[in-house]
Design a protein around this ligand. Sequence first.
Ligand SMILES: Cc1cc2nc3c(=O)[nH]c(=O)nc-3n(C[C@H](O)[C@H](O)[C@H](O)COP(=O)(O)OP(=O)(O)OC[C@H]3O[C@@H](n4cnc5c(N)ncnc54)[C@H](O)[C@@H]3O)c2cc1C
Length: 443
Amino acid sequence: MPTLPDAIEALRLELTELLGERGVSADLRTRERASVDEALMSPILVEQLPLGLADLVAYPGSAEQIAAVLAAATRHGVPVTTRGKGTGNYGQGIPLDGGLVLDTSRARAVVEVGDGWITAEAGAPMILTEQAANAAGQQLWMYPSTAQSTIGGFLSGGSGGTGTIVHGSNWEGFVTALDVALPAAEPTIVHVEGEEAQTFVHTYGTAGVIVRATVGLEPLQDWRAVYAAFETFEGAQAALRALYGMSPQPRLVSADLPFISAKLPDDPAIVKGASSLRAILDAATLDEASVIISANGGRVTDVREGAAQTVKVSMLSYNHPIWWLKKNSPDKVYFHVEVAGEALIDRIDEVHAVYPGGMLHIEAGHRFPIGMLAAEYTGADDVYAGYPKLQELGVRVHSPHQYYVDHGVEELTALKERTDPDGLLNPGHLGAPAGLLTGGLGK
Ligand SMILES: Cc1cc2nc3c(=O)[nH]c(=O)nc-3n(C[C@H](O)[C@H](O)[C@H](O)COP(=O)(O)OP(=O)(O)OC[C@H]3O[C@@H](n4cnc5c(N)ncnc54)[C@H](O)[C@@H]3O)c2cc1C
């Protein structure tokens, strides 16, 4: 339901008073930019855009201002879609009912680093929290390949990344406490810990707005960025599986077919015509890793030291190789499906054959390998027709072509009844039409 123009104008005036002229915008281009995310990675979603247009965008500069903005919107009955960096790749951040986009990116303070934990405001980039942890001799349990994305956005819209091999998904104990703003006439922040905090994770901002988060740290390890080239993808996959089994475990291992490898940014360590493997390995395992790589028909092309180098490897993992495939293939339209399971390695030929020209990007996951299966786009029905075929092969499928919360839905619905009874928070993203969801990969 569109909000009445009077309510929007009244909210704009109130927010201008609260945040100043630069803290709120009704400019059309600004609103358009704030109304789409990386849903652009899905040709199916692209066909449906624009799916919503914000009436206003607000930029609070602190956790307390986020709560004040939410309270103002609540008083005027205006829906609120929270936004971090806008890198969500399912359209989770699209304001389907218009209203206010609450951009948290200016509320970016790292509040405190303790022994085994860090507290930061919602808009703090993950890379900033990792740097703060490193300065204290620690490291984040995990961060996504979109290292510039915000901690609030990663916890609300993401699932894992560098560190997932050891720690699993971001709803598996990574979060120890949250301060969550709730819609109420007066600014309201509740503090939740442990299990209660987990229930807000990966809920697309539909049950509350995270204003501060406390997440897990561990002692800093001596990491190396390792690049290797293989004649065959099968060799790279076998090496990925063996590297996963080393102790200490890697922080990340990614591998690509020669075709996708060639689409990655130019780097002498990513050899054209070869299958590229990239990993973040503990320095103590380098000799063992080198033996594994040679034994599977590969060769180490470089070993690099320093946080900037390991982050660079992170930024070529998860959705990024597919992002580069799409970016560097202007004459083609590709889609991808998120997949997981041992079948990605054991039955790779059958997995590839599900879609004509199918190409897998693979990661070593927590309990099983995970990846993105890409192919040329020939229509939504062809994409959906592949899901049951993949499932028959024992592959878990997650569809990145829909913008509904698809894990813990029952629990979330019960939570939302308490925290957002008027349905003001990111409306339209909970309650998918029957049959649309394929479930989360990590479950
Ligand atoms: C190329 C590419 C690579 C990616 N790699 C990874 C990866 O490795 N791992 C991974 O998990 N994801 C990945 N993603 C998805 C996405 O980048 C992550 O989920 C990211 O961490 C989202 O953060 P953001 O700040 O951009 O959030 P946004 O995209 O702005 O928001 C994401 C969702 O969270 C909600 N939200 C944002 N902030 C808050 C808040 N403070 N409180 C409540 N709700 C909020 C939004 O409404 C939206 O529903 C990738 C995406 C792309 C395009």
